[in-house]
Design a protein around this ligand. Structure first.
Ligand code: NAD
Length: 468
């Protein structure tokens, strides 16, 4: 891919600055794209502001029709989107297809459906509640699921009536360009969707500080999320923050241990462990600890790591050299503090080029250890033993994160009792499937606000109560 322009006010605007995109499986530069500056942010926000009134007045049906058309145009580009995801993220082709591209398209289609059913006025006693778009939304996304993250912000913002300025992660702008091409094909009004790829510290920050940005929807690290909340808070702009996680998979004594452990290893290693909601802590009954470690180690060792373009590959590389160093340091540190390395902890044989790392299982750590508390964002599972359900729950809730979780039990009511007490935004019982319409977001350090489904659209609406 070779692109030297930014989408601002409905036009491709040429820029002399550029970003190089590296393929993390080969370390080759595979794309050069335009890089925005704070001056471009100014232009993009002005274009979005200028489009806001007409976009609000277009009404929910018209907006939903265009967003539905966007889902269709993305479907037309499915193959190119999968190729871009494999190339820029290093996600295996099967994961790129299902967890990145198809899910993203489903989210855009779901937002269109919700937009059609949007109640902009509702009676409440003597009041009429009028729901209106918040205004201009800045969408700042991370590199781990580039298309999905954009879809989960842009589509609900658009159906709610908010023009958007999109800043994708600097490591993975290719999916964003393909999304912008689809936007142009659909024929959204000029200025409703603007694309300004660039670095967080200049372009991202300029967006967050801009007085004409009414809402910042950010997905990324807790560290940057805190900075954004502080900056936006100073001018009372709304924020929606989807941040880190250290999610627990709690296995009850009456669960199918093998199924639960294998599924947890799969979750911890999906997308090379670079998934915010990954189940990275496995909590099993004390009596089942040794057996669980055997299953986890066996399963981790069987995961096929290698060329993400090969359909047989289950796990590709990490996103960058820096990310692999971070993962390596976290694992080596845990081992130095007494963790038992049950599987992995190395660079796979024969994969010297690219940022590969083996699926890793750590045991015998105190739940308070930093490897059990801090997000590693690599294919690393930490296993703990619990005395009983209460102890398991205490370990599960004993981190500063609260994004996702899982409970496994032969008794669904028992699982539900535990799920109700987990301090997290989502809990899956016995491997239940992801629901694109269910609110997704975090408690505690995992964030503020929700994405997806009707709750995701609500984030972009303001309410005026009219008494009559
Ligand atoms: P990051 O916080 O470094 O960057 C995320 C985005 O913010 C990028 O586009 C970056 O350029 C931009 N940015 C950086 N500094 C900024 C600033 N000062 N002002 C404005 N924008 C700025 O995160 P990352 O390394 O790209 O992604 C990994 C993190 O994202 C992990 O912690 C992961 O858990 C989290 N994440 C959370 C979710 C969720 O839904 N909760 C989903 C995926 C990833």
């Amino acid at each position: 891919m070779n692109r030297d322009s930014l989408l601002i006010g409905g036009r491709w605007v040429t820029t002399s600055e550029s970003l190089e995109v590296e393929n993390p499986a080969t370390e080759d530069v595979i794309a050069v794209v335009g890089r925005a500056t704070p001056g471009h942010v100014e232009d993009a926000v002005r274009a979005a502001r200028a489009a806001a009134r007409a976009w609000e007045e277009a009404g929910p049906q018209r907006r939903a029709d265009l967003v539905a058309a966007l889902a269709d145009r993305l479907r037309d580009r499915r193959a190119a989107l999968i190729d871009a995801t494999v190339a820029e993220v290093g996600a295996p082709v099967t994961v790129a297809a299902e967890a990145h591209v198809d899910l993203a398209i489903e989210i855009v289609a779901s937002a269109a459906k919700i937009g059609r059913e949007l109640a902009t006025e509702e009676r409440l006693g003597t009041s009429v509640l009028v729901r209106r778009p918040v205004g201009v939304a800045a969408c700042i996304t991370p590199w781990n699921y580039p298309l999905y993250q954009l879809a989960a912000k842009v589509a609900p913002a658009l159906v709610a009536g908010c023009p958007v300025v999109v800043k994708p992660a600097e490591l993975t702008p290719m999916s964003a360009y393909l999304l912008a091409d689809a936007v142009q094909d659909v024929g959204f009004p000029a200025g409703v969707v603007n694309l300004v790829p660039g670095y967080g510290t200049d372009v991202g920050q300029a967006l967050v500080e801009h007085p004409d940005v009414d809402l910042v929807s950010f997905t990324g690290s807790t560290r940057v999320g805190r900075q954004i909340a502080a900056t936006a808070g100073a001018r009372l702009a709304r924020v929606c923050l989807e941040l880190g996680g250290k999610s627990a998979s709690v296995v009850c004594p009456d669960a199918d241990l093998e199924t639960a452990v294998r599924a947890t290893v799969d979750s911890a290693t999906l997308n090379s462990g670079q998934t915010c909601s990954a189940l990275t802590r496995l909590i099993v009954p004390r009596e089942a600890y040794a057996a669980a470690l055997d299953v986890a180690a066996d399963h981790a060792r069987r995961i096929v790591v290698g060329d993400p373009g090969d359909a047989a590959t289950q796990m590709g590389p990490l996103i960058s050299a820096a990310q692999r160093e971070q993962v390596r340091a976290a694992v080596d540190g845990a081992v130095a503090r007494g963790a038992r390395l049950v599987a992995g902890g190395t660079v796979p044989d024969g994969l010297d080029r690219g940022y590969f790392y083996t699926p890793t299982v750590l045991a015998d750590l105190d739940p308070a250890d930093s490897a059990s508390q801090d997000e590693i964002f690599g294919p690393v599972l930490v296993v703990h033993a619990a005395r009983d359900d209460e102890d398991a729950l205490a370990i599960a809730n004993g981190t500063r994160y609260g994004l996702a979780g899982a409970v496994w039990s032969g008794d669904e009511e028992r699982a539900m009792r535990l799920a109700r007490r987990m301090d997290t935004g989502q809990v899956d019982i016995n491997g239940a499937a992801f629901n694109v319409d269910a609110p997704f977001g975090g408690w505690k350090d995992s964030g503020v606000g929700r994405e997806l489904g009707p709750a995701g659209v609500e984030e972009y609406l303001e309410i005026t109560a009219v008494q009559r």
